[in-house]
Design a protein. Sequence first.
Length: 475
Amino acid sequence: MAVVPGSFAKVLTSSLLASCMIGATAPPVAIPVAPPVAIPVAPLSAPKVEEPIPSEADPAATQALTELVKAYRERPSLRVVEQVSVATGLDAQEGDAPPVKAEMMFAPGRKVTLRMRGYELRFSGGKVWAIHESNPDTYLEAGDDDSPFYTLLSAFIDIPFVSLSLCLGEPEIDETVMQLHPHTPNVLPASVRDETLADGSPRRHIVLLAEGERLELVFDPKAMLLLSAEAKVTGGPGVANRGSVTYRSGIVNEIPAKPFDEAAFALDPGKRTKVDMFAQLPKKEALQAAQGGDGAMVGKPAPEFSLPSSAGGLVKSDDLAGRVIVLDFWATWCGPCRQALPELAKVAAWAKDQQLPVVVYPVNVFEQTQGDDRLNAITQAFQQLKITLPTLIDTQDKLAAAWGVRSIPMTVVIRADGIVHSQHIGGGGDYAESLKKDIQEAIRAGEGKGDASVPVAPKPAPEPPAEKPAHEPNS
């Protein structure tokens, strides 16, 4: 893992966490797999010649992919463990984030069980059920709108497991191609080739391409089982200038001797209480531990700050006294940060529409550039995301250090009395709704009202502090 200025390790995108991890973070939540397997995730060979971007799908590659999808969806039963490693590169510097792993069971009719990050989800009969290992008292049950894959994607935003789309994707091959990997939605089948390994094992490679996107699938053409995949993204809002994000999948397949019991794809909730959102399934402390945040600041005075704004001038915490403050730590090269920022902007617009005494500021951190180059990168990112919200700039990462930021995006809610009310790590799931709830609770706490079910009465927001010269020192 490469070290960048300020002694912070380069943050590497971990899509399933929907956050980027800084330095030594807590390891991912272990998902028990029986029997345990080691999954090598090695880089695929880089193409030796330039690959032209296709204007239409290659028929042979499309046919090969169609046959692979058909084999997956007709196989009586299949158990898969897929492990994804994520690497980012910037100006030829690279590093790796801790891998993420999922255990899956597939049966015809798009029946699926999925276990990842402590969640267990089951799909069958037009329904989805979900529970979390940290909480034996809750469950979620909902319809899948005849599209279980999109139901899953809408809940978790970013699911990088290619095996899922092969079994759970839409019936039409064109739509399945869009669903193969969340970061290569524009690719088209471009080529297919066969090779024979030194031990005589056959391999088939399908390459899919688009501008700034490359996806390669490697499978056994006899068993019709995916063995590895690599998605590389070199453009778009989730990638920094001159950067790249690469997702490498290692896959272990097991074909059971007999089909799975139908009961494996539905859930008997027993005495569990039904909830409406995925964010309500895990216990809060389990969610924070899984995301690398221990919430140590909650209930304590928030660190003071005085930071320059991208809109000009300084913003000081002292000038915001009497209001709830929302700070979201982010970086231009962090894909999950870019995914969360539009949701943060929606929360800011909601607070303004409700006339709540709330200010919302992104806080830019952990950049390798400074001065005009940094401001230009921020401006470009916000233009791509169509965000007009001004961001604070933690030029020396002092505020991030004061908060003990280890993963981004990290969003904190500070009560009007300066006490930290809550901390969010990552931007997945029901991020916006959870943040709104915490804001309302923080307002009530300042008013001495603890009932979160009572709507907050709108209040005119105080005028923002007058801007001051941007050359004042950062503290």
